[in-house]
Design a protein around this ligand. Structure first.
Ligand code: TDX
Length: 349
């Protein structure tokens, strides 16, 4: 008997990498990808799996109780890997309610459905979350699993709230849960509202590169495939009721990262060295902009033997090549609604 594993948000950036990894590595799992296909969920991210036998797609909004329950009734769900979320901080600043609905209410609806219909004694509800729940760091120190929650944006407040509900379902109803909190991801298929694909798209089209504030904020970047491998190991071997931090040990100041990107893009596009740097434009800072994120992933490394597989230079080049080689994908997601999003967020900044 195949195990039915429900992956939510599987058509999104991180979700599609997780779905592909699980479908390809685990033929004994039936992977059910449940996604609402909003702006960032895109079946074009998974065209290679369309006819794969152990893969099933269902369009579903996790805030719709009846639709979620129907899926749990249709498939005997062994385990859930929950990635569905509104994930962009800037959008959460203009529209916090969407984040409460999907990230908080949607998570609780899924927890309820798993509590009521989840089938297996050895199954689990794996909640995928973010390092932003811990707030912001100064120049030193790293987030550990025991760092107190201190979210600053509506996005991180909604993710923190969902993490608390998952923990509460474990304590109250003994639901077998596990949580991970990961740093910034980069890689193929990321929606170009996020820093790296947005800058790649703008450099390609000779458009201004909007760096928030002075570009001094620091992020830790992890290759998305390494996040997927961490999710794999935590899903299979992580201890129930535990949280694991995932990070790349790879901190970059935003401005330094944009400089590196310009340098590589000039080389790849055959432009004179330094040309794309001229596009950098400093714009009004993000409200409540967290200064620095850094992750201490030693619990995951020591307990479960995980570590990132790809050096940043290598992963970054690969990522840039993917966006340059997949022009159709990039054009597809930046036409239509993207244009109005872009104007709204950047035109008067
Ligand atoms: O146009 C931009 N200019 C800019 O300077 C954008 C989009 C971003 N930035 C800055 C803000 C951040 O300091 O770059 C940094 C990265 O920004 P995002 O790509 O928006 O990511 P971030 O806000 O750090 O949050 C991300 O990491 C944690 C994801 O969006 C979250 O979903 C994840 O949970």
């Amino acid at each position: 008997m195949k195990k039915n594993i429900l992956i939510t948000g599987g058509a999104g950036f991180i979700g599609s990498h997780v779905v592909r990894r699980f479908v390809n590595r685990y033929p004994d799992y039936q992977i059910i990808n449940l996604d609402a296909l909003t702006y960032a969920g895109n079946l074009a991210n998974l065209t290679d799996l369309e006819t794969t036998e152990n893969y099933t797609f269902r369009k579903c909004d996790i805030t719709n109780v009846a639709d979620v329950e129907a899926i749990f009734k249709e498939f005997k769900i062994h385990s859930v890997i929950h990635l569905a979320a509104e994930s962009h901080v800037d959008r959460s600043i203009t529209n916090p309610i969407d984040f409460v609905m999907t990230n908080v209410v949607g998570t609780v609806i899924l927890l309820n459905a798993y509590k009521q219909y989840g089938e297996a004694a050895d199954g689990r509800f794996y909640h995928v979350s973010t390092d932003e729940v811990y707030g912001t760091l100064g120049d030193d120190g790293k987030f550990t699993e025991t760092t107190p929650y201190d979210p600053n944006s509506p996005y991180s407040a909604s993710k923190a709230s969902s993490d608390h509900f998952v923990r509460a379902y474990h304590e109250t109803y003994k639901l077998p849960v596990v949580i991970s909190n990961c740093s910034n991801n980069y890689g193929s298929h990321q929606f170009p509202e996020k820093l790296i694909p947005l800058m790649i798209h703008n450099i390609k089209n000779n458009k201004p590169l909007p760096v928030y504030g002075k570009g001094e904020n620091v992020r830790d970047w992890l290759w998305v495939e390494d996040h997927a491998s961490a999710i794999d190991v935590i899903f299979h071997e992580g201890r129930i009721g535990e949280t694991y931090n995932i990070g790349g040990n790879n901190e970059w100041k935003n401005l330094d990262l944009v400089h590196k990107l310009c340098e590589i893009m000039d080389r790849k596009l055959g432009r004179p060295a330094g040309k794309s740097l001229e596009l950098i434009t400093f714009v009004t800072d993000r409200a409540g902009h967290d200064f620095r994120y850094a992750i201490d992933a030693s619990k995951l490394e020591n307990e479960l033997g995980w570590s990132p597989s790809v050096a940043f230079d290598q992963g970054f080049e690969k990522t840039i090549d993917w966006y340059l080689e997949n022009e159709e994908w990039l054009e597809g997601v930046t036409s239509g609604a993207y244009q109005s999003y872009y104007s709204e967020h950047y035109d008067h900044r």
